[in-house]
Design a protein. Structure first.
Length: 155
């Protein structure tokens, strides 16, 4: 039998990423129709909730829970979370803005779309999407960690 408890710090964030990504796909499909290929194409970057934020906040929470908030691993997880969240809000929003302006220029100059394909304009997250992703990451991780404490995974 294999005890998976030493790997919870690694496994929980991955599981939480899938859960939050599934929630994102469900919300997008509810709003825009149930075409799964269209949904997957549109939700890779952006939309509610942020799966990247859910993942890194889950990682921070799992490391803090299992390794302690005084550990070096917790400090590294916090720094990683700040970088990922900052990227999802600021950097990718700027990339989306650039795509928007370049698309306007292509349209204004009447350039051929086959030579200048339309760029994606929705790349980053709104602050609300990041907040919801972070809340989901923290609380789902705590819930699962407490459940796993009662019923450890053993194969």
């Amino acid at each position: 039998m294999i005890d998976l408890s030493p790997y919870y710090t690694f496994l929980l964030p991955i599981f939480i990423w899938f859960v939050v990504q599934g929630i994102k796909i469900f919300i997008f499909s509810t709003k825009h129709g149930w075409n799964i290929l269209d949904t997957i194409k549109h939700v890779e970057y952006g939309h509610m909730p942020s799966a990247h934020t859910g993942f890194v906040t889950s990682l921070v929470t799992a490391v803090g829970y299992y390794k302690g908030i005084e550990s070096g691993a917790f400090a590294v997880a916090i720094v990683l979370a700040i970088m990922v969240i900052d990227d999802s809000i600021r950097l990718r929003m700027r990339i989306g803005d650039h795509g928007h302006y370049l698309n306007r220029i292509v349209t204004h100059l009447n350039l051929k779309e086959k030579d200048f394909p339309k760029l994606k304009e929705r790349m980053g997250h709104k602050v609300s999407e990041v907040i919801v992703g972070g809340i989901l990451g923290i609380f789902l991780t705590l819930f699962l960690a407490l459940m796993l404490q009662l019923h450890p995974l053993v194969f």
